[in-house]
Write a protein that binds this ligand. Structure first.
Ligand code: GUN
Ligand code: ZN
Length: 437
């Protein structure tokens, strides 16, 4: 059966969210259809409903039962040039950057290397059920070119940008305020809004940008309010001290970014662990989004993200892998570690809320929930097919599961790419193995 561009129906157990559920009883927040179906046409979801209501004579079908059909996962923060940095031993943030990360990012000056890594990067994301991500590229414009070119070839909704950095890094990784401005401007013009691409203006963090470069980044944000902004905030105590020494006039770390107009509802601030009360107030006022990166925060020993504290203020956080400080590309494993980070603080992550977060939750933070993150009619058909019995140990555990929440919890605690049975990007099946239905 060919499905290319053709109208077709997927059958399975459909799960999608309308708002954030707190418990399984919160049935207004989600739609779960036991014998459900999605009709896909021209890359979009045309209809969602029961199989009986949507089946039509002559309409091609793929039967994914007993698996779950969910919106494709969204990874809100990772680093494309760090695919070969993951699992680098022993250091915390600043040493890890100097000893492992910067040397690896230097290799992206070679366009052939960037192109090869882009192909590998998207193969991995899709195998993990991640259909949208927001990534930092290296300082080289060519790395962003490779990143967007490969995403376009696969028709993926991807967000990213060339990182801007002009100090406290090897010379080979430094641009200048002007070249960062010029390269970013050219990349925005070339890629933002082209197909499914979105540009993120990407000053790496306060430590690696001079005030002059921050100023240029602010100019870009004013000139391109349609673009996202991504950077890092308060990940590590030494990082915070160094930042305060470099920007002595700033009230706190976030104030550095605020001074240059970099904090808006389109800003995504990786980590945001060690926040001061004023910074939390400023996040509320600006609508900017902290991004929780649990595997990275544990791996680098950075600290525990205060999800409940931020939520209590109405702040909408994203959740992400942060490859290559993160240790898994899997958003399921990200939830696993996120659950444990919250447990250490006496906080809870209900499995329904968890799956909402990696789908609609991240999409809402992006303001893209009309396109991605749900299975609503009209959305782009980015879909993941989940098998909660993918391994013998999951199957054994699943025998004792009596509710949807329990099944989802097994998936997030025990699942990884083996639980991703199939992935659709804009309606196109990604796994070619006929057995991988
Ligand atoms: N802060 C600045 N750059 C980085 C990076 O590449 N990874 C992480 N985890 N934190 C950063
Ligand atoms: Zn990061």
């Amino acid at each position: 059966m060919t499905q290319s561009g053709q109208r077709h129906l997927l059958r399975g157990r459909v799960l999608t969210f309308q708002s954030e559920p707190q418990t399984e009883a919160d049935t207004e927040a989600y739609t779960y259809i036991e014998d459900g179906a999605l009709v896909i046409s021209a890359g979009r979801i045309e209809a969602i409903g029961t199989y009986d209501d949507l089946k039509q004579p002559g309409l091609a079908e793929t039967d994914h039962r007993p698996h779950l059909l969910l919106p494709g996962f969204i990874d809100m923060h990772l680093h494309f040039p760090q695919v070969q940095v993951i699992a680098s031993w022993g250091d915390q943030l600043l040493d890890w950057l100097n000893n492992y990360t910067f040397p690896e990012e230097m290799r992206f000056a070679d366009q052939g290397h960037a192109d090869d890594m882009a192909a590998a990067f998207y193969n991995i994301l899709l195998a993990q059920g991640t259909t949208t991500a927001m990534a930092f590229c290296s300082v080289h414009a060519g790395s962003a070119e490779a990143y967007f070119t490969e995403a376009a070839r696969r028709n993926m909704c991807m967000i990213g940008g060339k990182v801007m950095m002009d100090r406290n890094a090897p010379d080979a990784l430094c641009d200048t305020p002007q070249s960062a401005y010029d390269d970013t401007k050219a990349l925005i013009e070339r890629w933002h809004g082209k197909g499914r691409a979105h540009y993120a203006i990407s000053p790496r963090f306060a430590i690696t940008s001079t005030p002059a470069q921050m100023e240029m980044a602010g100019t870009l944000v004013r000139e391109h309010p349609e673009c996202y902004i991504q950077t890092h905030l308060s990940e590590n105590k030494d990082e915070i001290s160094f930042t305060k020494a470099l920007y002595p006039q700033a009230r706190d770390y976030l104030d550095v970014y605020q001074t240059y107009g970099l904090v808006t509802e389109k800003s995504f601030l990786g980590h945001a662990i060690h926040l001061e009360p004023r910074e939390i107030e400023a996040l509320v006022e600006t609508g900017a989004h902290p991004v929780f990166c649990p595997t990275s925060n544990l791996f680098l020993g950075s600290g525990l993200f205060d999800d409940a504290g931020l939520r209590a203020q109405g702040i909408q956080s994203g959740i992400a892998t942060d490859i290559g400080a993160g240790t898994s590309y899997s958003m399921l494993q990200t939830l696993n570690e996120g659950y444990k980070v919250l447990q250490l603080q006496g906080q809870k992550l209900h499995p329904l809320r968890a799956f909402h977060w990696i789908t609609r939750g991240n999409a809402v933070a992006l303001g893209l929930e009309d396109r991605i993150g749900t299975l609503s009619a009209g959305s782009d058909a980015d879909i993941v097919v989940l098998n909660s019995q993918a391994t013998p140990e999951m199957a054994l555990r699943a025998l004792r599961a009596t509710s949807l929440s329990e099944e989802l919890f097994i998936l997030m605690m025990m699942g990884d790419d083996r639980a991703i049975s199939q992935v659709y990007v804009a309606g196109e099946r990604q796994k070619r193995d006929a057995r991988a239905a």
